[in-house]
Ligand binder design. Sequence first.
Ligand code: GUN
Length: 288
Amino acid sequence: MTTRILEGKEFARQFKEDAGKKAAEWKEKYGMAPGLAVIIVGENPASQVYVRNKHKSCEELGIHSEVIAMPEETTKEELIARIDALNEDKKIHGILVQLPLPKQIAAHEAEILNRIAPVKDVDGFHPVNVGRLVTGEEGLVPCTPAGCIRMLELAGIPMDGKKAVVIGRSNIVGKPMFHLLLARNATVTVCHSHTQNLAEITRDADILVAAIGKPKFVTADMVKPGATVIDVGINRIAPKKLVGDVDFEQVKEVAGAITPVPGGVGLLTVAMLMQNVVKAMEMQMQMR
Ligand code: GUN
C-alpha cells in the first residue's frame, strides 16, 4: 500500500488561486480590492516572518495589504485605538492582530481581540464567530482548521460517518476542528493532556488530527493502518530543524495519507487567510 503524502503546496496554490479570482471579481464589481490590515506589536522574529508572508501573499493576489508595526511598549489603549480606526476604515475588510502579544498586554488578549468587528475578524477568534461556528451559521472560521478541512475535501477524503480524533483543545485549532468535523458528520473525539489511554482512542481514528505542540508525539503504534493523519504541529527542535507533532518517518509507514512538516498544514494557513479576507469583503458588501 502506498501512502499518500498530502503536500501543502498544492492545496495552498489552489486556495490562493480561488482567492485571487474572487479578489479580481470584487474589484470589478465594487471598484475596490479586498484589504487586510495586520497589526504586529513588538519584534518577535517568528511573528515578523509570518507577517511578511501574509503581506507577500496579499501582493501576489491583488489584495490591498497594510502592515501596522507598533512598538514593544504599546499600551492596551493604544492598540485598541488602532483597532477602532481599522474597524471604521472602508479600505480594510480584514483585521488580524498577530499573536503572541508582548507581556504587558498579553493578559488583555481577549479584550483586544474582541474589539475587532466580527465581520472583519479574519482570524475567526471573536466570540461571535466562535458562536456562529458552533451553531452552524455563516461566519469567519480560524484559518488553520478551515484549511485542513478544505484540504480533506479537495483530496476527496471522506469525513461523513468516519471516526475523527483531534488531539489538542486550543481555541485556535482543536476546538474549531471539532466543530468543523462534526458539521461534516464525522463522529469526533477530542483528546488532551488529561486523556487516559490515549493510544487506544487514537488507534480507532479514521482521521487523526495532531495539534498538541510536542515534537514527534504521535508514533506509529497510535495510528490505525490506512488512517489519514493531519499534523498541525510546528516545533523547532534546532535552529534550522522543524518537526511536527507526528513522527512522520514512522507514521507514514502505517497511515493511508499524511501531511508532512514542513510543507504541510503550515502552508495552508496563509492561503486560507486570503480566502477569509475575500469572504469578509463579500459579507461587508452584502450588509450595505
Ligand atoms: N500567531 C500564531 N498563529 C496565529 C494565528 O493563527 N493568528 C494570529 N493572529 N496570530 C498567530
